[in-house]
Design a protein around this ligand. Sequence first.
Ligand code: ZN
Length: 208
Amino acid sequence: MTTQVTSSPPIAATPPPSVDSLPPLESCPALVLNADYRPLSYFPLSIWSWQDAVKAIFRESVTVIAEYDRAIHSPSTQVKLPSVLVLNEYVSVSSTPAFTRFNVFLRDALHCQYCGDPFKTHQLTFDHVIPRSKGGKTSWDNIVAACRKCNTRKGHKLPEQCSMFPITEPREPTVHELQETGKRFPPNFLHESWADFLYWDSELEGQI
Ligand SMILES: [Zn+2]
């Protein structure tokens, strides 16, 4: 969130009664849900800093669903830090995902589409299945995630020239498919109050 609000009352952190018993403010982000109570995004997960979350509360653009056991105060008021927020107005989500490097990697679940290995950070590359030098387009149906080793091995060859075919035939994903894939990569930090909103469907599946 980039909007800055200057009309909010000044917020100051409450001196903690016991330093050991309270988490630092920086580790109290808020999960942000759309007005339909689904996260705006799973990967990266839609979270706001406590500062942005508190500003949104004063702007009355969100409703607090769950809170941390931690408060901040201004001279006139006290606010419990929110752990889950829902937007009061629904933000429409595009039905067509943007064709970006990030979304290609997400569609392919961060796995090389030739050898199937999961990516290490330094290995993030993508490959034209039909090389550009042979008329291949830079498009959803011709770009796949590939590790550096496979990318180098394939070079400017056609799949049939080097017997390297993508594990999954590349195509444009839906936003829903990207969201589902994103759920497989939980962030490092997960507050207990987030679980119901992130994984409620998988919980139900597990109980059937
Ligand atoms: Zn590979």
